[in-house]
Design a protein around this ligand. Structure first.
Ligand code: FE2
Ligand code: FE2
Length: 348
């Protein structure tokens, strides 16, 4: 049986209350009633309504203050608010909007309009909740997968934190910083589909195995695509192995064709990969890993400006939060430069 939505109506006007309650009850909503702001505040907490429909004027505390408090409380912030305001009162409309009302309905009431606004607000909330649930599911999938892979334990979380901090220092928008964090967690989720013997292979991959490994970018993007709240993260997942010179994968994008967030994540990701153990090599010391970042920037593999920002971050803030290194060994061939960040031996 589908649960009915509970709408909390806040109004001191008895006629309005009667009319609104009858309208909602006649359309399969449950109704709770508050005729003053104290009762509105109490019922909000006690009954956790699906939505509140509230008059801008209620006896007692200012409605705007109650809404502000509600929107800053994590337990209630997601409850949609429809404000009731006289259509002509522009000042009051703005006050209510600024206090957190998601939508407004004008007085005199139009029954159809109220029902439509209500449905839209509930549908929007429902989609946001679904999206958040899917995100949580993907996050737990990645942590379950990660705990099977000794070598990569902590990699997603470290990359997520480093890259978000880098984004913050570069003064990216909060939405981009959040995308970087989520991208850090999810960037390798497509590896779940890569056969375990390929992921764990201690030596160089065959061309066939390498082609399979490369697909983790496309698979990861596909897995996350249905989640509405991850749309900004998709380009990061797909393009975190592109190279500035166009020799990366999966699309061979060149320079600024590579989405900026993906270029940022690539720097933190490679630093973490180089300074962690892998089945085919031991970790590098952190200073050595930084030297390689520098080298990769000069070879036009990584974005040189972002590498410079990363080096500056380490210089000013110390080493990023990564577990202490028990032994710092450099296990690369001494002769010449490394094979490359995207070569068959380094599926970071
Ligand atoms: Fe990757
Ligand atoms: Fe990775």
């Amino acid at each position: 049986m589908e649960t009915r939505n509970l709408v909390l109506i806040g109004t001191s006007d008895l006629n309005d209350m009667r009319m609104l309650a009858a309208l909602l009850e006649g359309n399969e909503y449950d109704v709770a009633k508050a005729s003053d702001s104290g009762s509105l505040r109490d019922q909000l907490r006690q009954r956790q309504p699906s939505l509140i429909l509230v008059d801008a004027y209620l006896p007692g505390l200012e409605v705007a203050d109650i809404l502000r408090a509600m929107k800053s409380d994590p337990d209630m912030a997601e409850i949609p608010v429809l404000g009731i305001v006289p259509a002509a009162d522009v000042g009051l409309r703005q006050t209510l909007r600024r206090s957190g009302a998601d939508d407004l309905v004008g007085r005199p009431f139009e029954a159809d309009e109220i029902l439509l606004r209500l449905r839209t607000a509930l549908e929007t909330r429902h989609q946001a909740q679904e999206s958040a649930n899917l995100e949580k599911l993907l996050f737990s999938v990645i942590s379950a997968f990660e705990s099977r892979e000794e070598a990569k334990k902590g990699h997603p979380e470290r990359v997520a934190r480093m890259t978000r901090r880098l984004g913050e220092r570069m003064q990216l928008s909060p939405a981009d910083q959040e995308a970087l964090y989520k991208g850090g967690i999810l960037h390798d989720i497509g590896m779940i589909k890569v056969p375990k013997h390929v992921v764990d292979k201690p030596g160089a991959l065959t061309s066939e195995e390498f082609e399979l490994m490369k697909l983790h970018t496309i698979w990861g993007e596909r897995m996350c695509r249905p989640v509405q709240s991850l749309q900004r993260v998709l380009p990061i997942i797909r393009h975190h192995h592109e190279q500035m010179d166009g020799k990366g994968y999966p699309d061979g994008l060149v320079g600024e064709q590579i989405p900026r967030l993906a270029r940022i994540l690539a720097v933190a990701e490679i630093f973490d990969a180089l300074s962690s153990d892998r089945p085919y090599r031991a970790r590098m010391s952190r200073p050595e890993a930084l030297r390689y970042l520098h080298e990769y920037a000069s070879r036009n593999w990584l974005d040189a400006e972002i590498v410079a920002q990363f080096l500056k971050m380490v210089d000013e803030e110390g080493w990023p939060e990564i577990p202490p290194l028990e032994h710092e060994t450099l296990n690369l061939e001494k002769s010449g430069a490394p094979g490359g960040i995207r070569d068959k031996k380094t599926p970071v």
